[in-house]
Design a binder for this molecule. Structure first.
Ligand code: SF4
Length: 301
């Protein structure tokens, strides 16, 4: 994760996304809001940051929890976690760049960081009491009615007394209050797309932060109106992205979060570097006129 915003781990190190058609995810939306050039370098140019400890820990812990909670509730025994962690470490090491990073960092260091978060998870929830509808990352690729292509993954969907709860794990720390707007945006982004795909509005949204000493949760109970407002926000954001995509004018937006930006020391003109020539929008010119959804309460959508 390259900022306190806590990106989805698998959204960051996968260089196979290079030059694929652009879809809006929580990560790319937050990138553009933070700094349009950062969005461009990462999503359009496909210049991915190398693995970092938070990223590798995030991928590994997500993998362990996915397998662990995929078991029957009675079989979710914490004593199985060390074995699942070893399997997850082997799994993530299949990526050469991650394998090299773990070798350089020391597998014991990575293992301890992961175990600390898994112990924190155990203190937070009683997994044997959970009823999960989905414990594997649920893809939410969809075209919203206003023409915005969105994508992402939902870590877990629970059955909470017959109602839907959407939950996402974060291996970083609970963000300070001034960054919680991003967390709320993420939750409502997921809830909106889940609603548009399934027709069901989740009754609870939760982000679970697992960093010991800075753990906690952010929850939300979205209303239909709030999700419709989020949809309008996403449409406006997409319009700004495609306008920039058509002209190549992705401005820099220097701020405190530059200290967490990979491009600060590599490609950013604000810090003395030269970005590569704009390669153009993947697949040709973007449509710069996505339609604002005209009838947000249309029950047929
Ligand atoms: S370092 Fe440069 S590219 Fe990164 S967020 Fe700051 S201004 Fe944007």
């Amino acid at each position: 994760m390259d900022s306190p915003a806590n990106d989805h781990p698998t959204d960051t190190v996968d260089s196979r996304r290079h030059r694929r058609p652009v879809r809006l995810s929580v990560t790319t939306a937050n990138d553009f809001k933070q700094c349009p050039l950062k969005f461009r370098l990462r999503r359009i140019d496909g210049i991915q940051q190398p693995p970092t400890l938070p990223l590798v820990v995030g991928i590994t812990v997500h993998r362990v929890l996915e397998v662990f909670l995929g078991k029957k509730p009675a079989d979710r025994d914490f004593r199985t976690i060390p074995r699942l962690l070893e399997e997850a470490l082997s799994h993530v090491r299949a990526r050469p760049e991650v394998d090299q990073f773990i070798t350089d960092t020391g597998e014991d260091t990575v293992r301890e960081e992961c175990l600390a978060r898994l112990r924190q998870y155990w203190r937070t929830e009683n997994p044997a009491a959970l009823t999960c509808r989905s414990t594997t990352e649920m893809p939410i690729t969809h075209d919203l009615a206003g023409g915005v292509p969105v994508t992402g993954f939902i870590d877990r969907v629970d059955d909470a007394g017959g109602k839907v709860r959407i939950l996402d794990y974060k291996t970083g720390k609970l963000p300070k209050p001034r960054y919680r707007g991003e967390a709320l945006f993420q939750l409502r982004f997921y809830a909106l797309v889940y609603w548009r795909i399934t027709g069901t509005i989740a009754s609870q949204l939760k982000l679970l932060y697992l960093k010991p000493g800075a753990a906690g949760e952010i929850t939300d109970t979205p209303t239909r109106q709030q999700l419709e407002d989020t949809e309008r926000d996403i449409e406006r954001l997409w319009a700004a992205i495609t306008r920039a995509g058509a002209t190549g004018e992705f401005v820099t937006r220097r701020g405190p979060l530059c200290n967490w930006c990979f491009y600060k020391d590599t490609h950013c003109p604000e810090f003395g570097h030269t970005p590569p020539a704009y390669p153009g929008w993947p697949g040709g010119q973007p449509s710069t006129q996505p339609q604002l959804t005209a009838t947000p309460t249309d029950p047929d959508r």
